[in-house]
Design a protein. Sequence first.
Length: 429
Amino acid sequence: MSDIKNDLSKSPLFRVLFIDDEANILRTMKRIFHGKPFKIVLADSAQKAFEFMQTNTVHVVVSDMRMPGMSGSEFLAKVAKDFPQTYRIVLSGFADLESTLEVINKGQVHRFLQKPWNNEELIKAVENGIVQYRQVSKNTRLSKLAALQNKQLSTINSALEEQVEQRTKQLKVALNASERSIVTLKKVVYNLLIISPYFSGAFAKSVSKAAVDIAQEMGVEKKVCEAISFAGFICEIGMVGLDAKVITTPFNKLTPAQQDAFFTQSSKAQLILSPATQLQNVTDIIMHQFEYVSGRGFPNNVAGVDIPIGAKILSVARDYIRYRTGKIDGIEHSVVDSLDKLANYSGLQYDGSVINVLKKQQLAASEDSFDIGRRSHQIQPGMVLAESLFNENDILILRQGHVFDEDSIAKIKALEKRFKMTLSILIEE
């Protein structure tokens, strides 16, 4: 008998795996933990349990010692070796005490409970295991992220030169040219960003407009609104130099390592913009745009009132447009769905008051209040290109003002297929 299932579509966040060859004990476990905020998985052999763990994350295991085939001690030794973060509990009888003490002494288990057990003690042990798993996972993730950030920050100048070549050189010249006006400087920075095929001018403009509309509705002073507006235009500047897959792949489909790389953009943006003292207020907004109001964001775990209001607004506006354009999960969500997605993280990732303003504005407007650009399959002969398109080597594909025909539409589709990317194409109204 095995109760292991692969359909985890409704699985809660934490998974607890019970292993025992006695069916009545597994049924008892299911009854004891019914209604608890865990996904309970049952296995009648250690072999089946270990196979399950090869393809599914398990946060806590509760294992018997004496079982046919692979014993509990063998199973726990394998888990300790291959899945060291998983919290391991032994539930065993007096007859197995010697082998149980052996695995305890070898550091292969975290907790020992003797049969017959106390239900409340067992529940508490599992809850403590989950708390420890979360803490270990968080520490591991933060250590890896810190190491990645330090490594990338130490090589950022050379990486930028290698990956963005002439754009980066021009950007540095622009940022260090004190004689240029702030307006000219903004134009140069924005143009150097969107000249890459991996960045969309339509997306940048949509984020900026959404952010400014929110800021004005909230009564933010004019100077801060101006900073928010430009921060929206260049909110992705920290991604310059990242691997193309990190830039073009929807966030939820990135690997954990790629997601860590994605979040380094805040520190990179600060480094890129640091010479431009005229843009310090813009830099502060962009640097804090991935901080969460709960204090668990990036890069510095800043919380609540310590996050600039511009960053709170940009965070909501940016992710609203990301949901609308499929940048988060690959699905282009409707206005209502996008607002619901944001609301799910109100008070955790986003400021609830900012979401409420956006919701009020968007529900009162049309579905297409933002120009998010068109996909290649939406382009029709006779349409006029509003912004020039470039390939990955900065070679011009089509100039602004081009009138599309069947040949140029086919060319765009072939380019997208070849480089596995999706272009956002602005069309003149």
